[in-house]
Each structure stands twice: as C-alpha cells, then as structure tokens.
Design a protein around this ligand. Structure first.
Ligand code: GLN
Length: 485
C-alpha cells in the first residue's frame, strides 16, 4: 500500500475518484494509524466498525459526485453526531448520545465523508492547551512534553500525526488557529454565520464558529466549501450562495494591499515571532503586494472584552446542564436544589466553573452595566477599527500566537498567562470576521509557528488565495519521526 501519510485531503479525494484506491483501503489505513497513535490521546470515541461498513457501502456505489467521496474524517467532539457519543470534553456529557446530527457534520456526510471518530478537546471548548478535558490532556506530535494548543487540540494533534486526513474544529477565541499554529497545520475561522452552529455544543453563541483544519491551504478551501452553507435551523446563519473556494483558489497577490497593525507588536514579543512576521511581510512584498501600516487602536481591550463576553454567554448556555435535561446527574442531595448543585459541582471541571462564576458575576444586577454592557460597547469599537481598515486594505497580516507550543503543565496554574495566548486571535471573533493561520516557520527549538491573515466578512476566498501564495513561497516542512507509534 502506498504511503497515504504523505497524501493531502485533496490527493486522497482524487485517488478515490479515479478509483486508484478504495474508500475501504483509505479508511483501514487511518484506523491503523489511530490504533498506533493512542499515546497522543487525541480521540475520545472511535467508530471503526461503522466507518468500515460505510466505506464498503461507498465502494459499491456506482456514481457519486460529492466533494469528499468516501473520505474518512474525525471531528472535534463538540459536534453532535447522531447515535455517536458527544462529550464536549466534559464529565457532564460523558454518556450523552445525541439523537440528531449537527448541520456542519451533516454537510460533510452528504458530500461523501465518513466519520472515523470524535476528537478530544478542552471542556466545552474552554482552554488553549487541551488540558481542561475531562478525558485527559492531548499530546502534540511535535514533542512528547508539548501541548497541542486548544481547544481543538485533539483535532490538531490527530491531523498533524496523520490520524485523519483533515478535520474540523470550532473557534470562539482562537481554538482553530492557535492549535493549528502549534502543530504546523492550517486552520481557518470563517465569518460568523458562514457555517451553521446548529448541533454544536454551545460555548459563547455570538462568537462560536466552526471551521476546517487541514494539512495545506488547498485542503482548507475544499473542506470549507463542504462544511459551509446556509442553514435555516441557525438564526444567525448567513443566507447566501455557496462559494466554490477550491475551484476559485489562485495565487494572485500582486497589487493587493496588506495591512500591518502596529498594536500587534506587543511588549516582550519574542524575537522569533517578530522575525517570522517580517518574513511574511517580505514574502508578500516580493509577490507584488503593497504593505501598509495600519492601526487597530482598541486591540488592547480585546482580551478583557472577550473574557467578559465569552464567560457571560457561557454561563447562560451552560445553565441547561442541570442533571435533568442532559447527561450526568449526581445522586447526592436531599432536594432539587441540592441535586442541581451537586450535579454541576461534580460534572464541571475547574475552568468551566471559573467561566460560569465570571459570567454570572458580570451579568448580575449592579455589575451588568459596569462589565457586560461596557464590554459590548468596546466590542463594537473593535469591530469599527477593522471596518475602517478594510476600507484601505484587502487583508491584515499578524502572527497567529505570541509563542510556539508550550510545555504540558506550564500554564495550568496561571489562567491569565493561559488567556494571553489568545491575544492575536480574539479580536477577529469579536468582530465576526474570518482569519486563517498557516505554518510559516519554526522557532529555535524547531517548533512550528503560524502567521495569520484576516479579511473583512465573507472574504474567505481572498485570504485563502493569499495564504495559498504564501504557502508556496514558505515551503514549510515538518518531519515527524512518528515517535508515538
Ligand atoms: N482559548 C480561548 C478560551 O479559552 C478560546 C477558546 C475557543 O476558541 N473555543 O476561551
């Protein structure tokens, strides 16, 4: 059998389409990889039998025209999958088996993809290291002692280790782009409303957005095309024609104006990040883009705004986990109130409790105006900054993260330093606009670093194209010795 570990999603699609390989063969290959990759702890649930059955069914089909014909894919365990356990990385949903399918995963299966399993993530997607998962931390294939980033850490780890040819994650404040950056992979957070939120376990509903995580930009365009689309079941879904991102992918950068925001040059920024950024700027210049200095003056408030808005929405969304409607129920307590308290006390982990406490506090009467309302106003100012800049630039280039992957345990007792990881990613979520992270280099330890391209709403094609051009020039290489096997 050929070495599919070197194949991209697009190559696998072509191999299956041209009948050079069957869906069953590809599916068996990934199942073997997953079995050999247990050390990474990137999977919470596997669906091997069902996947092989579906692959066989696919191979017996005569004509199939979907974008992902018979391609096995694992997805973040935040997407509800019909009859397949969906935990959101939490004890409270440890045995939750949805009776419905999320719209985004439904789109993937309609395009021919096959579910391989569900990927580990931070509990309710709250985290930047995948250490808050009830199912244990995930390991970054780059190094045994490194976090894969979060909250889509299982997705990033499985992708980088070739346990799935591509995957999907969710990004509320950076959870696709930061783990992509930490693992040398590509991750895109679409415009808010481009991918349906229906059937995704909610964290902060005005920020949550699903997106593709892939080995290269071409795959990213293909997967975005497959997963996006209007959905009447999500009231914030954008009603527009489906784009053909992969067909329209090109490398035309000449003449484009790229903004470099001065506020992203943060204090104590590691030299390596700064030189990575410079490298990105040089590449774009050489390709004929015009580099323009811009200012996003409210950037400094983005992190504090996010850590008010996101917990506020989370505290409200997570009220539904009361031991009655969903999942885990404590058998301790003498009355209903005590049952609620014990269920939530035993079912939620520390980070989730911290968010619920912050959220309840900023929404409580007396503090609402001072925190939540203020944060909403600042959020608008952050969005206005971007709107203003996009009048004069096509896209914005920034680093994806302020550092490379850190060590497991390094930041677990310091939530503030953990939250600082999101400094370059959260403004984009607050503004509802798209951004992509692509691997752009390595630090002196050989750990990958990412660059982020941001555009105005619904301009995904533009950042995909710029990323596609940059990817060619960067020619990022990552050789992993598969130490986990
Ligand atoms: N790290 C951020 C947080 O913990 C973002 C998480 C996410 O995007 N889901 O909230």
């Amino acid at each position: 059998m050929s070495d599919f570990n070197k194949s991209s999603l697009s190559e696998i699609v072509n191999l299956i389409k041209s009948k050079k390989v069957s869906s069953s063969e590809i599916t068996s290959h990934y199942i073997k990889n997953i079995e050999k990759g247990k050390k990474l702890n990137s999977f919470i649930t596997t669906c091997f039998e069902e996947a092989l059955k579906k692959a066989k069914e696919f191979d017996n089909k005569k004509n199939f025209n979907g974008l992902l014909p018979g391609v096995p894919l694992a997805v973040k365990d935040l997407f509800c999958t019909k009859n397949v356990k969906t935990t959101a990385g939490s004890k409270i949903l440890e045995n939750f088996i949805p009776t419905y399918e999320s719209s985004v995963t439904h789109n993937l299966w309609s395009e021919g993809a096959i579910l391989l399993g569900k990927l580990n993530c931070d509990e309710f997607a709250m985290g930047s290291s995948n250490e808050t998962s009830y199912f244990g931390n995930v390991i970054n294939p780059i190094g045994k002692d490194l976090v894969p980033g979060g909250s889509s850490g299982g997705s990033a780890s499985a992708l980088a280790a070739n346990l799935t040819p591509a995957t999907i994650g969710t990004d509320t404040g950076g959870s696709i782009r930061q783990p992509a950056s930490f693992t040398g992979t590509v991750g895109l957070k679409p415009t808010y409303g481009l991918c349906s939120r229906w059937g995704i376990v909610a964290f902060a509903s005005s920020l949550d957005q699903a997106g593709p995580m892939t080995k290269n930009v071409e795959d990213c365009a293909l997967l975005l095309e497959a997963m996006s689309g209007y959905d009447g079941k999500d009231s914030t879904s954008i009603n527009k024609k489906k784009e053909k991102y992969s067909k329209n992918l090109n490398q035309k950068v000449k003449g484009l104006k790229i903004g470099i925001p001065k506020e992203y040059r943060i204090e104590n920024m590691p030299k390596e990040i700064d030189s990575l950024w410079k490298k990105g700027i040089d590449i774009l210049k050489k390709s004929g883009a015009k580099i323009i200095d811009i200012s996003l003056p409210h950037t400094k408030y983005a992190l504090s705004t996010y850590y008010i808005v996101a917990p506020a929405e989370a505290s409200s969304n997570l009220a539904r986990y009361d031991g009655v409607k969903y999942g885990y129920r404590s058998n301790k307590g003498k009355n209903l109130i005590e049952m609620y308290e014990n269920t939530r006390g035993e079912g939620f982990g520390d980070e989730v409790k911290r968010r619920v406490l912050i959220g309840t506090y900023v929404l409580s009467s007396g503090y609402y105006d001072a925190y939540y309302l203020k944060a909403q106003k600042v959020r608008r100012l952050i969005k206005n900054d971007f709107d203003k800049c996009f009048k004069s630039v096509d896209a914005i280039l920034t680093p994806s993260t302020p550092s490379s992957a850190f060590k497991i345990g390094e930041k677990t007792n310091d939530p503030i330093s953990m939250y600082l990881n999101d400094i370059f990613t959260v403004p984009v979520n607050l503004a509802g606009i798209p951004a992509i992270s692509i691997p752009a280099g390595q630090d002196n330890k050989g750990h990958p670093l990412g660059l982020q391209l941001i555009s105005k709403a619904l301009d995904e094609q533009k950042i995909l194209n710029i990323a596609f051009a940059m990817e060619k020039s960067i020619a990022f290489k990552q050789s992993l010795n598969r130490w986990w096997e």
